[in-house]
Write a protein that binds this ligand. Structure first.
Ligand SMILES: *Cc1c(COP(=O)(O)O)cnc(C)c1O
Length: 363
């Protein structure tokens, strides 16, 4: 007897998440050596992990049989030093910042609530909202992918529980101005989640607003600048009162001992972090100057390219056939069909990217 009817209606409403392509898939499909493939589709750190994080992970291995601290206190303390916020404002999260977003949705959303999402943006907001019974209310970003504050205001209702503001925005790379975040935090009935997954590559952060508003949460991750995507660590900076409520419902031990060890070490590896940031800052200027299409300004470790009148899907397929993985943005709600997101690579990789974009543009 099928029990599909027991699956909650809200779960059945979720569209399948389309992840970036994996190296093994592509190697298999085209018969490449996996090591020869250039993967610039998921905004990972192209330098690999910090050697200090690797060493900490290995040193941690003999302790795998023991539960870690329930609230990842060692990592939270390291984050307190890194961010300048007291530990009572910081909640660490596994699996990744995605886990934080899901935990917050679980905390505040019931069926029929609304979540405001300025599209195109990061896809997981919609999934987490729907899985917890909320209805995503999409508003369209303007032609430069800025959030229209008036449109947020018009979308706002007594059912609103959260507004997701990604800054720098994935996939467009732009920051949201501080005055816009302040305005939204002031008029909304709900919370404002500022997603700073890429903040290390940006000129400024909005985290200081957590001290001024009791409804702003800033999400961060170790998956991008810190090169630990595979370990799944994120954290939230939030008002003290909210952290207390959040921790009530959080899964205990949700950050693994391995993640605590490697994450803390990564935070202390300033040399690796600075190298990562420097590589991205010079690389994104190079890509913008040399890719033969419209490339949007970016504050993140990727650039968004508009290949119109060509189709992003065809263009990405042609790049795949050469062994280059980039992100076709067609599956991003509201992104149209000509946008491609390219992670900034090493110097050599960026040269390849430009070369191949040049070759394919006339096909
Ligand atoms: C990568 C990414 C995240 C998720 O990070 P994890 O910590 O790996 O779950 C969140 N938001 C945005 C915008 C991202 O690009």
């Amino acid at each position: 007897m099928s029990r599909r009817n027991l699956i909650k209606e809200e779960i059945l409403s979720i569209r399948e998440y389309v992840p970036g392509r994996s190296t093994n898939d592509i190697a298999h499909m085209y018969g490449f050596d996996p090591n020869s493939i250039i993967k610039l589709g998921s905004n990972e750190n192209v330098l690999g992990p910090s050697p200090m994080a690797v060493e900490a992970l290995i040193n941690h291995a003999p302790q795998m049989s023991v539960y870690p601290s329930a609230d990842a206190s060692e990592l939270v303390n390291a984050l307190s030093e890194y961010t300048g916020f007291p530990a009572h404002n910081i909640a660490a999260s596994g699996p990744g910042m995605d886990g934080l977003i899901d935990g917050l949705m679980r905390l505040i959303v019931t069926r029929g609530n609304e979540i405001i999402i300025p599209a195109p943006t990061f896809a997981y907001y919609e999934i987490a909202a729907r899985a917890n019974g909320a209805v995503p209310v999409f508003i369209k970003r303007d032609e430069n992918y800025a959030v229209n504050v008036e449109a947020v205001k018009n979308a706002e209702s007594s059912h609103t529980r959260m507004v997701f503001l990604c800054s720098p925005n994935n996939p467009s790379g732009n920051l949201i101005p501080e005055e816009d975040v302040r305005a939204i935090a002031e008029f909304t009935h709900g919370f404002v989640f500022v997603d700073e997954a890429y903040v290390e590559f940006a000129d400024s952060s909005l985290a200081h607003l957590v001290n001024k508003y009791d409804n702003i949460i800033v999400g961060r991750t170790f998956s991008k600048a810190f090169g630990l995507a595979g370990l799944r660590i994120g954290y939230g900076i939030m008002p003290q009162w909210l952290k207390l409520e959040y921790m009530r419902a959080a899964t205990p031990f949700n950050v693994s001992g391995a993640a605590i060890a490697a994450g803390s070490a990564a935070l202390s590896d300033k040399k690796y972090l600075n190298e990562s940031i420097e590589l991205v800052r010079t690389g994104r200027v190079f890509l913008k100057e040399h890719i033969p299409f419209k490339v949007y300004d970016s504050q993140a470790n990727f650039v968004m390219v508009d290949v119109a009148p060509l189709k992003a899907r065809d263009f990405c397929e042609s790049l795949l056939a050469k062994g280059l993985i980039v992100r076709d943005c067609t599956s991003f709600f509201g992104a149209g069909n000509s946008l491609i997101r390219v992670t900034v690579g090493t110097k050599e990789q960026n040269k390849r990217v430009v070369e191949w974009f040049d070759e394919i543009k006339d096909l």
